[in-house]
Design a protein around this ligand. Structure first.
Ligand code: RB5
Length: 143
């Protein structure tokens, strides 16, 4: 898959390691930054990632900041984006199965890297269930 990825300084180390893991697995990764552990503002990388997903330049995205909340707030401002915060494998699985999240968000400061890999793997591998969940995700933007 062609996957876009971004983080702020809090997620920079995990992002670097996750890019290597994704590429080892045969995925094409587009890195939206940040490119160092220096303090920066997560909206500066979240919005470009969300635009790339909505335009179809990448098939899906992964974002990390300290808690995952700042990234989620920015990403979910974009029509068509379903960015979900996952901190366990079960939540990562349901995020695809029930919510068909097109961006996976993780809290880099609160989970070990091994969990980041396991959540990413299950989110990529799990299919969307559709059915009643399709109806529900269609209603997200009907307000
Ligand atoms: C950075 O200190 C921190 O605020 C950020 O990574 C994130 O947790 C915001 O939601």
């Amino acid at each position: 898959m062609k996957i876009g990825i971004c983080s702020d300084h809090a997620g920079f180390e995990y992002k670097t390691r996750l890019i290597a893991w994704l590429e080892d697995g045969g995925h094409e990764v587009v890195n939206f930054g940040t490119d160092s552990a220096d303090s920066m503002d997560y909206p500066d990388v979240a919005h470009p990632l969300a635009k790339a997903v909505t335009k179809g330049d990448v098939q899906c995205g992964i974002a990390m900041c300290g808690t995952g909340n700042g990234m989620s707030f920015c990403l979910n401002k974009h029509i068509g984006i379903r960015a979900g915060l996952a901190w366990s494998v079960e939540i990562g699985k349901l995020l695809k199965q029930h919510n068909n999240a097109n961006i996976l968000v993780m809290p880099a400061r609160f989970i070990p890297f091994e969990e980041v890999v396991n959540i990413t793997k299950v989110w990529i591998d799990t299919p969307f269930e559709g059915g009643r969940h399709q109806r529900r995700i269609e209603k997200i933007e009907q307000f």
